[in-house]
Design a protein around this ligand. Structure first.
Ligand SMILES: *Cc1c(COP(=O)(O)O)cnc(C)c1O
Length: 434
């Protein structure tokens, strides 16, 4: 790091010299691992560009239509591009899918009928999905409210318990649900290799079971995706990885044609499906974001590793660990006290380009049972591929760090969060001496 950079950090950002040198010293330990991440990004970048070439993407595709939205060629090409990248028969990619939760809800509600059962085979799903299913909260119109049956099979040693899953499948079990990413839990993400093994064993037992994957935060962290290894359908958010920080909004569903069709019918109306729906001029930013996404995911992954090693060296437990295979962009850190979680998030917020003056506090966010503190100063509000961190106010007080459109920004976040803990006496000071 340039001396001038250290000067800026200490003078303008008010960072302590000890904190800056500590982070720099840990960064040096990661060089080999960064190389591996760059190689994955290179592969995925070529894959993405190739998909755009295959559909003959051209500048008039960025135009949009009005009214019903018939004949929006750009919209159709976006969906074709997603199908190529994710190796699926079909795709639904729409700016009006409000979030990842919405994409997942559309998928589940499009595929499941009353008395069908689905089993989450990676244990309890993400907080907002528990409300979608109807096992938490008190909402009308949940899946359970519509007569869908739901069960869970917990992970065993962080892995899908295939034997138990097979034992639990019954005649009316129609769909198995896999959450790739950590979510707000303390397990690491499910790797593609593990997923492949589990899917194969399950399909050997029951060929027509639908395997659905919640791919939120997982895109482009590996050179293959769940749909390359047997998942039938998969959903995710455009304000996470595949939107590359540029998509204003949106969600995607990719998979087998007959399944995507059912989801599309749910998203508009039976008989209309994918034929309607405006893009409001967002095709350009959705594709520009997708073009950058593999590189940005790599930046975020390196940032996650850096912050991971910094806190590990300070004696905190981290998930995933430095040598674990990464299958999402999240770095969980077990901070053990609510004060640390809040101060950590305040530090991330102070590092943001937007809203750096705002002070995050825990609040009752819609869709979440516990209070959550969130640090996010994104150019796209709520974008968690941008530098962000959050933690639910519950034991054992994990904070989840994710995103960063540039590695440098992640590094600034790492330094500022640590500086906040340091100045508030929330870490043992002598641990910072190197
Ligand atoms: C982010 C996320 C979702 C969806 O959340 P939204 O905030 O609605 O986009 C679902 N599952 C997992 C694992 C996630 O990380």
């Amino acid at each position: 790091m340039l001396k001038d950079t250290i000067n800026i950090l200490c003078k303008h950002y008010g960072l302590s010299k000890e904190v800056v040198s500590f982070v720099i010293s840990k960064e040096k330990l990661l060089e080999d691992k960064y190389k591996n991440i760059d190689e994955i990004a290179e592969y995925n970048h070529y894959k993405v560009i190739n998909s755009m070439q295959e559909v003959k993407l051209t500048s008039s595709d960025f135009n949009w239509t009005t009214g019903y939205g018939y004949g929006d060629i750009g919209r159709d090409k976006v969906e074709e591009i997603y199908s190529i990248i994710f190796n699926t028969e079909d795709a639904l990619v729409r700016p009006l899918i409000a979030s990842g939760t919405h994409a997942i809800y559309l998928t589940l509600s499009g595929l499941l009928r009353p008395n069908d059962e689905f089993i989450s085979i990676t244990g309890s799903p993400y907080d907002t999905l528990q409300e979608v299913i109807g096992i938490k909260g008190n909402h009308k119109g949940t899946l359970v409210d519509y007569g869908v049956k739901y069960r869970e099979v917990p992970l065993i040693d962080n892995r899908i318990n295939v034997n138990e899953v097979i034992k639990n499948m019954r005649t009316h079990t129609k769909l198995l649900f896999i959450q790739r990413s950590t979510g707000y839990s303390n397990r690491r993400a499910i790797s593609i290799q593990e997923m492949e093994k589990a899917i194969k064993a399950i399909k050997d037992y029951k060929k027509d079971i639908i395997i659905m994957v919640d791919n939120c935060y997982g895109e482009f962290t590996d050179i293959v995706e769940p749909t390359d290894v047997g998942a039938d359908i998969m959903a995710g958010s455009l304000i996470k990885n595949p939107g590359g920080g540029l998509a204003y909004s949106g969600g995607y569903v990719v998979g087998k044609k007959d399944l995507v069709e059912q989801v599309a019918n749910r998203s508009t109306a039976p008989g209309i499906g994918k034929e309607c729906g405006l893009t409001f001029g967002m095709t350009r930013s959705i594709l520009q974001g997708l073009f950058l996404a593999p590189h940005i995911v790599a930046e975020a992954l390196k940032g996650a590793m850096l912050i991971g090693i910094v806190y590990k060296e300070l004696g905190f437990e981290i998930v995933p660990d430095i040598d674990d295979v990464r299958s999402d962009i999240i770095q969980g850190i077990k901070l053990k006290t609510p004060e640390r979680v809040v101060e950590f998030c305040k530090g991330i917020q102070r590092a943001s380009a937007v809203d750096s003056h705002v002070i995050p506090t825990p609040w009752n966010m819609p869709g979440y049972e516990d209070k959550v503190v969130m640090a996010a100063g994104g150019f796209i509000e709520g974008s968690s591929i941008e530098l962000s961190a959050d933690g639910p106010m519950r034991e054992p007080f994990y904070v989840y760090f994710q995103g960063g459109l540039t590695y440098e920004h992640c590094k600034l976040g790492a330094m500022m969060s640590l500086d906040n803990l340091y100045k508030n006496n929330l870490i043992t000071k002598n641990k910072l001496t190197i």
